[in-house]
Write a protein that binds this ligand. Structure first.
Ligand SMILES: *[C@@H]1O[C@H](CO)[C@@H](O)[C@H](O)[C@H]1NC(C)=O
Length: 119
C-alpha cells in the first residue's frame, strides 16, 4: 500500500535525523575527538611507555579547541564512548596521557567519569 510506504519512509527519515542531530549539534564532534586521539590508541592499549608525538599533538589541539563547558562535556562523553568501544585500554595509562603531554585535563579519562560534572 502506498500510504504504508510513506509512513515507512517518514520513519526512516526521523530515525536518520535522530541519529545525526546530536552529532551535528555537539560543539566538537566525536569524529573529531576520535581522529585526534587515534595516534594514542597503540600506547593506551599496551605497547611501550613512550607517548607518540602525534598523540600529544592530538591531545593539545583537542584541549585548545575545548573552550566552553559544552565543548568539554561533549569531549568527555566522546572519550567515554570511545573508551568503552575499544578493547584492552589501560586506563591508568590513559589518564596519565594528558600529563605526559603537558596538558592539564581536570577529569579522569575513564568509562565511569560523570561528564555532567565536567565544567
Ligand atoms: C597499565 O599500565 C601501567 C603503566 O605502564 C602498568 O604498570 C600496568 O601494569 C598496566 N595495567 C594493565 C592492566 O596492563
Amino acid at each position: 500500500m502506498a500510504s504504508s510506504g510513506i509512513v515507512k519512509a517518514m520513519c526512516l527519515v526521523l530515525i536518520a535525523v535522530a541519529l545525526v542531530a546530536p552529532l551535528a549539534e555537539a560543539a566538537i564532534s566525536c569524529g573529531t575527538v576520535a581522529g585526534s586521539l587515534r595516534p594514542c590508541l597503540g600506547y593506551v592499549q599496551g605497547g611501550g611507555n613512550v607517548v607518540p608525538p602525534p598523540c600529544c599533538s592530538g591531545i593539545r589541539s583537542l584541549y585548545a579547541s575545548a573552550k566552553t563547558t559544552a565543548d568539554r562535556q561533549s569531549i568527555c562523553n566522546c572519550l567515554k564512548s570511545l573508551a568503552a568501544s575499544y578493547k584492552g585500554i589501560n586506563f591508568s595509562k590513559a589518564s596519565g596521557l594528558p600529563g605526559k603531554c603537558g596538558v592539564n585535563i581536570p577529569y579522569k579519562i575513564s568509562p565511569s567519569t560523570d561528564c555532567s560534572k565536567v565544567k
